[in-house]
Write a protein that binds this ligand. Structure first.
Ligand code: OOG
Ligand code: MG
Length: 261
């Protein structure tokens, strides 16, 4: 795809995000929309946000769980970028106004304190990690119905990331059994979805390794001081006003967010 077309798609998506309006998919309009094109659109869209004063503070992996890939009818993991404006404090409030069809999902976050590039090991990730935390990601999609889009459409739309909340940090995670963390997402105290951390790429640390590999394809890396969301452990649920969503992960402290109009 030509650069002009990439910028045009990025601008259309950016306008839709700012106006809270949905669109039809690009992949059905352009037959030559490749995965590298889609990441170029994502990068151009992030550039618009940086020009408006937002700062990049993290990255998210998505579709790292089999259940999520089935739910979205898509085949492989993808990533997106997290900015400071997308962050909501733990126990804070998310306002639905301005969103199209927001959903929420339970994740594990890692804070990476030094650059990770290319082929890395599990130990590289753990040695570069300051803390592990439970996290909730709020998704929204610019596409009508939120469903049945292609990987390229999702990637172009910053992999559906809208907002995120990081729970209490665990800095001494040496003895944490990363693949056996029980995860329960509750709505007003009642379990809405539950899973286990191994539902995330078999091991959420592997999501970070996969992220470094995907970035390397674009000659990029996980930079020092980056929050990484490893991907959801369960299906996402739709948000409604006046609910409280909490996440309990075994061996980590609980977290919550209030949802308002
Ligand atoms: C894509 C983003 C998926 C996750 O954690 O699996 C994601 C989508 O579902 O629209 O963030
Ligand atoms: Mg996610």
């Amino acid at each position: 795809m030509e650069n002009g077309q990439i910028l045009e798609i990025a601008k259309t998506l950016d306008d839709a995000r700012l106006n809270g309006t949905s669109l039809s998919q690009f992949s059905s309009r352009f037959s030559n929309f490749t995965r590298p094109d889609a990441y170029s659109v994502q990068e151009a869209g992030i550039k618009f946000r940086l020009d408006r004063g937002e700062k990049i503070i993290g990255l998210k992996m998505g579709l790292t769980s089999e259940g999520k890939r089935k739910q979205m009818n898509l085949d492989s993991p993808l990533y997106g970028v997290l900015t400071d404006k997308m962050k909501i404090e733990n126990e804070g409030t998310f306002h639905l106004k301005g969103s199209i069809h927001p959903k929420i999902e339970p994740e594990i976050a890692f804070f990476i304190n030094k650059e990770l590039k290319g082929k890395i090991t599990r130990d590289d990730v753990l040695n570069a990690c300051d803390y592990v935390a439970p996290a909730l990601e709020i998704l929204d999609s610019r596409y009508e119905g939120f469903k049945y889009f292609s990987m390229e459409d999702v990637i172009a739309d910053n992999s559906s990331s809208s907002h995120f909340i990081i729970g209490p940090h665990l800095t001494d995670f040496k003895n944490l059994d990363m693949i056996n963390l029980k995860m329960q997402m509750k709505v007003d105290g009642i379990v809405a979805t539950e899973g286990i951390s191994s539902d995330i790429s078999g091991d959420p640390v592997i999501s970070v390794i996969q992220l470094a590999e995907l970035l390397a394809l674009r000659d990029q890396s996980i930079k020092a001081n980056t929050i990484v969301l490893a991907g959801a452990a369960t299906l996402a649920i739709e948000l409604k006003p006046n609910i409280e969503v909490s996440l309990e992960v075994s061996n980590l402290k609980a977290m919550r967010v209030k949802i308002k109009e």
